[in-house]
Write a protein of this length. Structure first.
Length: 672
């Protein structure tokens, strides 16, 4: 038996309290008046009676409560051995790591040969393969040939390994088998695969872990860690592509780095990488062809983990999307500032087409990325109906409100209860500024919360379905958004010119116009690549039932007929280029790369592995010391339960003595 916190036994000093209550406070005298003590003889009074304890049962219960409480906080435990199944047996499990890093220097082949060697050691076993998820490949009763075939079928994939997921699978297996496990783990034991909390590595009670480390020694590795490239370009100007080359456990070396587009080497250069460090490399490419260019940055020569010596990415060359800008004839400045902001953006993704309300009514809004209604006093009913249909089908309309729109007493496309023009004036620096804004909204992410912008004129409107994104100091919503069907209506309660505000004169105006245009046009900037085991969104809610086709890196269809019509997302499980054909006719290409944490082949510390092996060596109900090592069966709650029972007994005995004391006192008063 032992104690985890023996210092709590100092609480036993509290036993002196019941001694004081039962012994020292027992002798009480009541002074009585007396005329004279001169005729009394002085004698020494015996204290033997005062040193004798009374009410021994009550005293014992009080001492027991204090002693048991101190013992419970000291956390006693009984040392015990490891658990085992019936007749001391454990279920044997062969767990093989099939993550991306097992491609290094033949590690997967070594792991399979070592696992096959375990088949001659004992009875039939369970075979389990794991990376980010664990997969049980054999059942309990299976022939040796089937077990051998299951081991030989395991291949290193592109996913990242997780020892936390492995342990969760082992706990579930031990629970279903109702016996502890004898786990043989074949892995490279990457440090990056450890879970954040060590307790997530706790093996099932009574289980053992035997590590088989492959390959025999750590492998130096260089990798293309990341590539930064624009997702879309809209002109033939030069495109800048940045890449990071990293060395893990590697000496200083010079690597040949090449930029490849559509299978052709565009640029190459030598890059010096310091020992266990990183180096940056920059490429430029001009005249990107229209459509999707499949890019790749690779390093030569190949090393032990050749699969991460390249990094895939996509650049889409597209034509600028048209934007319909509807305005009254006299409104000129708003168009000027709006067009200048879009054309001065980095990508120039849009081109503005100017129109009057009466002429725009003859066109088809679906031809445009989005439609802008700039302080329009009158919108023809047929044009407004076509705009509503366009928005309900997934389009977007941006409404700017000024004095003309306020005079119409309504906001186009919205059910407004009231519209009020608020004029703050320019005299004596009278203006309003933005007091609150949702910085997470796509329109405001790079707009610096419109700091310093002065609004001299704004339109306050009441639309129940509109949600305010930014408000002025007087709480007037200056930017609001309302859903309509599958699309959206964005309302800017001022104008794009420099009359109602000085917004166009601030640096935040261009990013506000650019980001809002990308948001409304469904062309927000995305990454040029995605990691393995991420999910790709296949369809919006309005596309439910429409077929989506996905072709994998090997050119095969990845979805069944049912999945093509119903699946909302798709798991990107392999490296390479995926082709996606959506229901709206749009064709996309997605570049996928393995998680570069798998490229760091540094192994977990030996002491961490040793502690992991010890986490399964105790039975259920044991306590564990720091680091997870089992120390025995805990008895603290038994001591606490005994203390509670002793407390109840003390209350019962104490009440009984109180009753007897009152009866004795009553009899003495009667006798007196």
């Amino acid at each position: 038996m032992g104690l985890l916190a023996p210092w709590f036994l100092a609480g036993l000093l509290g036993i002196g309290l019941p001694v004081w209550l039962h012994l020292l406070r027992k002798h009480r005298t009541k002074p009585l008046p007396f005329s004279s003590l001169m005729f009394f003889e002085r004698r020494t009074q015996s204290s033997i009676r005062r040193r004798r304890l009374e009410h021994l049962l009550l005293f014992a219960t009080r001492v027991a409560v204090l002693a048991l409480m101190a013992l419970a906080f000291a956390q006693p435990y009984l040392k015990s051995g490891a658990a085992s199944g019936p007749n001391g047996r454990r279920l044997r499990v062969l767990a093989l790591d099939d993550s991306f890093s097992m491609r290094a220097s033949g590690a997967m082949g070594q792991a399979k040969r070592a696992a096959l060697g375990q088949l001659a050691v004992g009875p039939p076993v369970r075979v389990l393969a794991f990376d980010g998820q664990a997969h049980l490949l054999t059942e309990a009763a299976v022939e040796a040939a089937a077990t051998r075939g299951a081991i030989e079928s395991i291949q290193a994939g592109d996913s990242r390994s997780s020892y936390g997921e492995l342990v969760r699978a082992l706990r579930a297996l031990a629970g279903s088998a109702r016996e502890p496990l004898n786990v043989h783990l074949f892995s490279d034991f990457q440090k990056t695969s450890l879970p954040p909390a060590f307790m997530d590595l706790r093996l099932p009670a009574g289980s053992t872990l035997t590590p088989h480390v492959v390959p025999d020694s750590e492998v130096p590795n260089w990798t293309v860690e990341s590539v930064r490239a624009p997702r879309r370009v809209y002109d033939a100007k030069e495109v800048r592509i940045d890449a990071a080359i990293a060395g893990f456990g590697a000496p200083a070396a010079t690597r040949r780095v090449s930029l490849v587009l559509n299978g052709h080497i565009v640029r190459s250069q030598d890059v010096a990488v310091a020992a266990n460090s990183r180096a940056a490399v920059e490429f430029s490419a001009a005249n990107i062809p229209h459509g999707f260019a499949r890019g790749e940055v690779r390093i030569d020569p190949s090393d032990g983990l050749a699969a991460d010596d390249r990094f895939y990415f996509i650049i889409e060359r597209a034509d600028p999307k048209p934007v319909l800008f509807v305005r009254d004839g006299r409104e000129q400045r708003g168009l000027f500032y709006f067009r200048a902001a879009l054309e001065s953006s980095a990508n120039a993704a849009f081109r503005v087409e100017d129109a009057r309300p009466e002429t725009a009514a003859n066109g088809d809004p679906s031809r445009y990325a989005f439609v802008v209604l700039s302080d329009v006093a009158y919108v023809p009913p047929e044009f407004e109906r076509s705009l509503k249909e366009y928005v309900r089908a997934g389009g977007a309309v941006w409404v700017a409100l000024g004095t003309s729109a306020a005079a119409a007493q309504r906001v186009p496309l919205l059910d407004t209860k009231s519209v009020e023009n608020r004029y703050y004036g320019r005299e004596s620096e009278r203006f309003e500024s933005v007091s609150s804004a949702d910085a997470a909204h796509p329109s405001l992410r790079r707009a610096q919360r419109w700091e310093g912008v002065k609004f001299y004129d704004a339109v306050r409107f009441d639309a129940p379905e509109a949600k305010a994104i930014a408000r002025l100091s007087d709480q007037t919503p200056i930017l609001a958004e309302a859903p309509l069907g599958e699309g959206r209506v964005l309302v800017f309660a001022s104008t794009f010119d420099n009359v109602a505000n000085d917004f166009p004169l601030h640096a935040s105006f261009v990013p506000f116009i650019e980001q809002t245009a990308l948001y409304l046009g469904g062309m927000e900037e995305g990454a040029s690549s995605a990691p393995v085991d991420s999910y790709l969104e296949l369809r919006a809610a309005r596309d439910r039932g429409a077929a989506v086709e996905v072709n994998g890196p090997d050119g095969r269809r990845e979805l069944s007929l049912k999945e093509a019509a119903t699946a909302q997302t798709f798991l990107l499980s392999h490296e390479g280029f995926y082709e996606v054909h959506r229901s709206n006719g749009r064709h996309e290409v997605v570049a996928v790369n393995a998680d570069r944490r798998e490229s760091d082949l540094a192994r977990m510390p030996a002491d961490t592995l040793a502690l992991w092996q010890k986490t399964g060596g105790a039975v259920a109900g044991t306590v564990r010391a720091a680091g997870g090592a089992p120390v025995g069966r805990s008895l603290w709650w038994w001591a606490l339960a005994a203390a509670l029972l002793a407390g109840v007994a003390e209350s019962v005995v104490g009440n009984q003595h109180l009753v007897e004391g009152r009866e004795t006192a009553a009899r003495k008063e009667v006798a007196a």
